[in-house]
Design a protein. Structure first.
Length: 306
């Protein structure tokens, strides 16, 4: 740790924002409070209309703000920030969602974990619940090809262990900049939201690198409206992109497993979710599955603009 502080690497953060007035400022302020000072703090805005960017500009004029002319969605929006970050040649890039805020030692501990092995390309932080700060939400993701394609590790008790992952969510991920230069940025074929991080993790591991999480690096999630918990838009984009991921990586036996869980979900979702008022979300799941299979993109693009 002393060596890191004596000769600190250059770490740039990239935060993607959309309508984050209730959460963005806290995220940025947690980044400015890091024990390992960040080289640059970049906020990419997907054409918000709630004044969230103005808040940051007024209170933190040193933060780099990139304003997209439209809502580009997650992968394309993040890529705008990643491209800008890479121009200054940092050693690492830390991507963090606007509804997360980081422990002061988060980035330093992520760098410490990455530096422990040259084959580690990506390190993820543990995510906790802001409403119950000691409750672990996720220590990372394992792809198991069930209905949601992956499951979250929620029983990680050893904070000093590096947990191997299938991928790390881009909302709490430290990545060696050299990996982006070697493998490219996030795949924008995953339109809008979901599975661009799964794809990037698979590409990274396929190139021979390790993807891990480290419990001494912590972030907290603050619930806010965002894209909606069970909206047509969210469930459509997630489901469409899940099918795209399966088409790219699933083997025949993994497809069989996935389809069994999808069939169960399609039976259960109307029974469980429609009484809760989530009819549109259920319809989004069905339509997203079909458009994913057939490779259609028109609705996904239109939903981004809505």
């Amino acid at each position: 740790m002393d060596k890191i502080r004596e000769n600190p690497p250059r770490v740039t953060s990239v935060t993607l924002n959309w309508q984050g007035r209730d959460v963005l400022l806290r995220c940025v302020e947690s980044l400015k409070a890091q024990t390992l000072p960040l080289f640059e703090i970049i906020v990419v805005d997907n054409r918000s209309t709630d004044g969230s960017v103005q808040q940051v500009r007024e209170k933190h004029p040193d933060v780099v703000i990139l304003e997209n002319p439209a809502n580009f969605g997650a992968p394309k929006g993040r890529n705008v920030g990643l491209t800008r970050a890479l121009e200054k040649e940092p050693d690492y890039i830390f991507t963090i969602d606007n509804d997360l805020y980081a422990d002061p030692g988060c980035v330093e501990n992520l760098v410490r974990a990455a530096g422990s092995d040259s084959t580690i390309a990506i390190v993820g932080a543990f995510i906790y619940d802001d409403g119950a700060p000691d409750r672990l939400l996720s220590a990372g993701a394992i792809v198991d090809f069930t209905q949601n394609v992956s499951r979250q590790i929620q029983n990680a008790e050893d904070l000093d262990r590096l947990y191997p992952l299938s991928y790390c969510g881009t909302g709490h991920m430290l990545t060696r900049s050299s990996v982006y230069r070697e493998l490219g940025l996030l795949d924008e074929a995953f339109i809008g939201y979901g599975f661009e991080d799964s794809d990037f993790g698979f590409r990274t591991r396929g190139a021979g690198y390790r993807v891990v999480s480290y419990g001494r690096a912590r972030v907290w999630h603050t619930a806010h409206a965002g894209i909606g918990r069970y909206s047509f838009k969210k469930k459509y984009l997630e489901t469409r992109n899940a099918v795209l991921f399966m088409k790219r990586y699933g083997k025949w036996h993994q497809w069989m497993k996935y389809l069994v869980f999808v069939a169960i979900g399609f039976i259960a979702a109307p029974l469980i979710e429609i009484p809760k008022g989530h009819l549109h979300g259920v319809a989004g799941k069905f339509r997203g599955f079909w458009d994913g299979l057939t490779g259609k993109t028109e609705l996904a693009e239109r939903l981004l603009r809505s």
